[in-house]
Design a protein around this ligand. Sequence first.
Ligand code: AMP
Ligand code: ZN
Length: 469
Amino acid sequence: MLKLYNTLSNEVEEFQPLNPPRVGMYVCGPTVYDVAHIGNFRTFLFADLLRRYLKYRGYDLHHVMNITDVDDKIIGRAVAEGVGLREYTDKYIRYFFEDFDALGAERPEQVLRATDHIPEMIELIDALGRNGHTYQSDGSVYFRISTFPGYGRLSKINLEGNQAGASERVDADEYTKEDVRDFVLWKAAKTGEPSWETHYGAGRPGWHIECSAMSMKALGSTFDIHAGGVDLVFPHHENEIAQSEGASSQPFVRYWVHAEFLMVEGEKMSKSKGNFYTFRDLAAKGFAPRAIRYLLLSAPHHKQLNFTLEGLRGAESTVARLNDFKARLGEYNAPEGRTPALTDMTARAQQQFEAALDDDLNTAEALAALHNFVRDTNTALAEGAVRKDDQSAMLDLVDRFDSVFNIFGEVEREMLDAEIQALIDERQAARAAKNFARSDEIRNQLIARGILLEDTKDGVRWRRHQGVD
Ligand code: AMP
Ligand code: ZN
């Protein structure tokens, strides 16, 4: 039986969905002002692992992820580039999913954009107003926290004193509110910024209302799992509870699940600290996507994970070793029959794997079960003990492991622009060094991936081969 640590109860609980076998899960998605970094992807890959394990356990999962496609940073950057909000965010949504797919994450059943759900947000604000939770001031609408006694239940936050600034994402205090703890639901329009016409006046949604409106629209007033990074506990998820329960008078979410940070030298990896790598940076350095995925999943989500390039190199050789193992096992010419000790060993490995994941998704233990299995199987192969029935049970088990971890095999994917450029730069360097063998090799490698090079007076240009000449 799957157990999950629930931030709300502060306990590891047995997972009992509301309407089994159906499970509704909402994951806070990216804010698309820039390319996501691998810290963000630690959280999304954790959600992917949870997704895959729920399916492994036979649940009928409905997984919803939002895209925050309007906020201060997005607006600022779109205005600076002189492009519309939609055009700006479309580009970063495309980049996000290129990385998401390359990292082997499965697409959620539904991906919802905030700006496509303004009417639902307004309806929710109306409902909060009817229940006496809101007030208006200078064209903005606020949630009055003193009207919601349960506030603070999730984050256990002590509301004495000013909590603004507790997270990087507290709404800026440039709006007029009665109490510093109150938060904005609807922001009055400012000149030069995109806005929507509503009966509250022209404006745009606050960040928190998006997730309440979209999650309840897709999954109902009460649903099973809500996930995100730990930095979302306060204020984002605390505010979501206040909004959703304040409007519906129903319990909002049954299990709150949060992923700890990806760290760099003792600090959270973040855009603002500048200590981040994107998937593209690492792919351009030649790291295999599967190695990045393996590394990000290798520590349980309730523990911080320190990122180093050395650690990533280690993950790369581990993943390569696992893939060699699978190939060797598949090619092995086994005699008919089975070896009872190996039947037991394989069944035990599966039990250990499942017990580890049932235990609040302990990925480190689950991978240890996989590595032990690989070691024991290698020994059996060397001893010639593996027979046909064992071999197929072992290969089945590898596939079972992989339906959750997805670290075997390479995905066929388009090369990213940054990877192409890195190879072109390497080819130029090889030519300068008169290493023509290497430069030809790179050229052929690019052609094989559908990338054509053209030498011009301004340097090397490239384009994607469209399939017809
Ligand atoms: P954002 O695009 O800023 O809304 O963040 C997307 C997701 O990434 C959220 O769930 C964050 O909690 C999560 N996140 C941000 N930084 C990190 C990090 N260093 N490690 C793990 N998760 C993170
Ligand atoms: Zn959210």
